[in-house]
Design a protein around this ligand. Structure first.
Ligand SMILES: O=C(O)c1cccc(O)c1O
Ligand SMILES: [Fe+2]
Length: 302
């Protein structure tokens, strides 16, 4: 079993790189860390050098990354994935540099989501220069799509150390890799892709201030403000450029008594199973996984 220590970043293709960066900084509130790398923009939310990278090119998610403990753990992970029949590719030094990691490997999950396992993700010592006072405190979680959520849970909980914290029937599984209620979620969707990236905010008020700010800037609100009964977080989903859905949330549950926690099974047909405030619900837009032919420069295919 491979131990995931944390989420690291999402890498996403942007047809309009400047527009994606403008939205991520001025609307979402992230910092643009200028890495002097043409065609790549790094966005920062917390101590990590970045948790979101836009790469100029076709829109779509390129990869979602998780941290493992150290190079030894990464080498073991590589072997373990190969033993389980996955094609694994080691990133080359230029690719690792662009990701601000020491080393990484890439593979596709059983549903076609490109996953990267990394070690040595850079931390920046200086405080985050948030693009706007949205109240962001950290990169909270990422959510992938898969056609079979139970199968996705089986994959993440047997190959990796992910544990189900809660289920929304066969529509979603929320999984933890540390005390946070979930750092990884899988939503049911026909095709692989990134359902959303989540940023935690400091106060309840931030969610509502951000809601007004988004409305003033004509941003498409996909769902919320509402409260998820699973993590207990107050949330707001909204659609950014390039088909990327962002979520702000406040007040995510921490599971401190690991042995005592039992996952709950919410009924997706119950009104309120995703929003206790019974707001209008719709599945957030998924940013499709970039298909492998377009991935050649970035991809794992020889
Ligand atoms: O925070 C949650 O509990 C949650 C529940 C359903 C869907 C989500 O995206 C969530 O973040
Ligand atoms: Fe979420």
């Amino acid at each position: 079993m491979i131990e995931l220590v944390d989420i690291a970043y999402v890498r996403s293709g942007a047809a309009d790189l400047a527009g994606a960066v403008r939205f991520a900084t001025e609307v979402v509130g992230l910092e643009h860390v200028d890495g002097g790398e043409p065609g790549v923009a790094h966005l920062r939310a917390d101590g990590r050098h970045h948790c979101l990278a836009f790469v100029e090119g076709a829109s779509g998610v390129i990869a979602s990354a998780f941290t493992v403990a150290d190079p030894g753990a990464l080498a073991l992970a590589e072997t373990e994935l190969e033993t389980r029949g996955f094609a694994v590719r080691r990133g080359d030094p230029d690719e690792a540099r662009s990701r601000r990691v020491g080393e990484f490997v890439a593979f596709d999950d059983p549903f076609g989501n490109r996953i990267e396992l990394v070690v040595g993700q850079q931390t920046l010592a200086r405080p985050v220069r948030y693009g706007r006072g949205a109240g962001i405190t950290e990169f909270g979680h990422l959510c992938l799509d898969a056609p079979d959520v139970a199968e996705a849970h089986r994959f993440w909980s047997t190959t990796f150390n992910a544990r189900a914290s809660d289920w929304i029937g066969d529509a979603a599984c929320l999984m933890r890799i540390d005390e946070v209620h979930h750092k990884l979620a899988v939503f049911r969707g026909d095709r692989p892709g990134l359902c959303h990236v989540n940023f935690q905010v400091a106060e309840l008020d931030d969610v509502f201030r951000n809601w007004h700010h988004l409305q003033e800037h004509d941003v498409v609100i996909e769902m919320g403000p509402g409260r998820h009964p699973q993590s207990g977080a107050v949330f707001l989903y909204f659609l950014g450029p390039e088909g990327l859905t962002y979520e702000y949330s406040y007040g995510v549950r921490r599971i401190t008594d690991e042995a005592a926690w039992r996952p709950r099974y919410f009924d997706p047909a119950e009104r309120g199973s995703i929003d206790m405030w019974l707001g209008p619900t719709q599945k957030p837009v998924t940013q499709p996984q970039i298909s492998s032919p377009q991935l050649v420069p970035e991809g794992i295919h020889p």
